[in-house]
Write a protein that binds this ligand. Structure first.
Ligand code: PHE
Length: 334
């Protein structure tokens, strides 16, 4: 019995075969159980010796089985290690990390600067009425200044995609209903222009509006100077040129001196050393009236800037189309 069982054990090639052998030898109807059953037929005097012998057989077969099982497991492990080599010293695969779009980053930078100056952020519609995009901004129907903005009209008469954030001025004034105002109005604008390195059909603007008693041009200049120095460096000088917008009077354009140590200075400023960063002015009395304010009691200033253009200036980016092309080579640099 022992010799046969041991020979059979040696034939077992893997764990499954070993387990089958185990059932055959030790199972309910296994060899050992059968041998134990025969014990009853052994003469009484021989019983203790036979019983002890059977126990020894059981122990030696159990030990042989345990050793064979451990051996089979070790072999299976070695096989899997050599056929599926795993180099635990290799660095792990990096997980790609998302990031904010550069346009969002520059917008948030602008919000932070104006928040420090006490401005709230106010958002208004991208789809606007002709009344607010033009009329309430001192441009009646057929006013030639409407040509300053190439407009996307919708199939609904009187409804346009806003060409600038300035209609937001009217929304704020009507909601603030006579109270003092200090807000910025960020958002997407749309213009029906040929797309080029310098112009896109959609782009962000950030509008600013301050209305209250005794607000002056000096407040406008101080606000813009503080902003320019936070955005472009504490040394920046601000230059004001007169300009024209229908909704401000007087109207200005604001330039900053470009750092002398920037190798792109001549190209960016066309040799002048000055670069335009925004348009602004004192809110026109007609606009205050359209917003429900009395121009005899309050004054205000407004400005409008292109945040993407600011980012382009800061990083010498020469093609505005990069913003909406979703080219990771561009986006990953911010
Ligand atoms: N809305 C003007 C534009 O889009 C910018 C501007 C805003 C000018 C506010 C003056 C005051 O060009």
């Amino acid at each position: 019995l022992v010799a046969d069982a041991q020979a059979a054990l040696e034939q077992c090639a893997d764990e499954a075969a070993l387990r089958a052998w185990n059932t055959q030898v030790f199972g309910e109807k296994g060899l050992l159980k059968n041998a134990m059953a025969l014990l009853g037929k052994v003469p009484k005097a021989d019983k203790p010796a036979t019983g002890a012998e059977l126990n020894r057989v059981k122990e030696s077969l159990t030990a042989a089985y345990d050793a064979a099982l451990a051996d089979a497991k070790e072999k299976a492990l070695q096989l899997s290690l050599t056929t599926n080599p795993l180099d635990v010293t290799l660095p792990g695969r990096g997980r790609p990390r998302g990031r904010l779009h550069p346009a969002t980053q520059i917008l948030r930078q602008i919000y932070t600067i104006f928040a420090d100056l006490g401005f709230q952020v106010y958002r208004t519609n991208e789809v606007e009425t002709d009344e607010l995009n033009f009329e309430a901004l001192n441009m009646p129907a057929h006013h030639p200044a409407r040509d300053m903005w190439d407009t996307f009209f919708t199939t609904t008469p009187g409804v346009v995609l806003r060409t600038h954030t300035s209609p937001g001025q009217i929304h704020v004034m009507r909601e603030a209903a006579g109270k003092p105002i200090r807000v910025i109005l960020p958002g997407m604008c749309y213009r029906n222009e040929a797309i080029s390195t310098r112009s896109e059909i959609q782009f962000y603007q950030v509008e600013g509006l301050v209305v209250g008693e005794g607000v002056t041009m000096a407040d406008l200049k101080g606000t813009i100077t503080a902003f320019a120095r936070r955005m472009f460096g504490p040394e920046r000088q601000v230059r004001i040129r007169s300009s024209y917008f229908p909704f401000t009077e007087p109207s200005i354009e604001v330039d900053i001196d470009w750092p002398k140590d920037d190798p792109n200075r001549d190209r960016l400023t066309k040799g002048t050393g000055w670069l335009e960063i925004l348009g602004a002015g004192m809110v026109h009395p007609n606009v205050l009236r359209a917003g429900g304010y009395d121009p005899d009691k309050v004054t205000g200033f407004a400005f409008g800037m292109g945040p993407q253009r600011m980012l382009m200036l800061k990083h010498a980016i020469d093609d505005i189309r990069l913003f909406w092309q979703n080219d990771l080579r561009f986006l990953k640099q911010f």
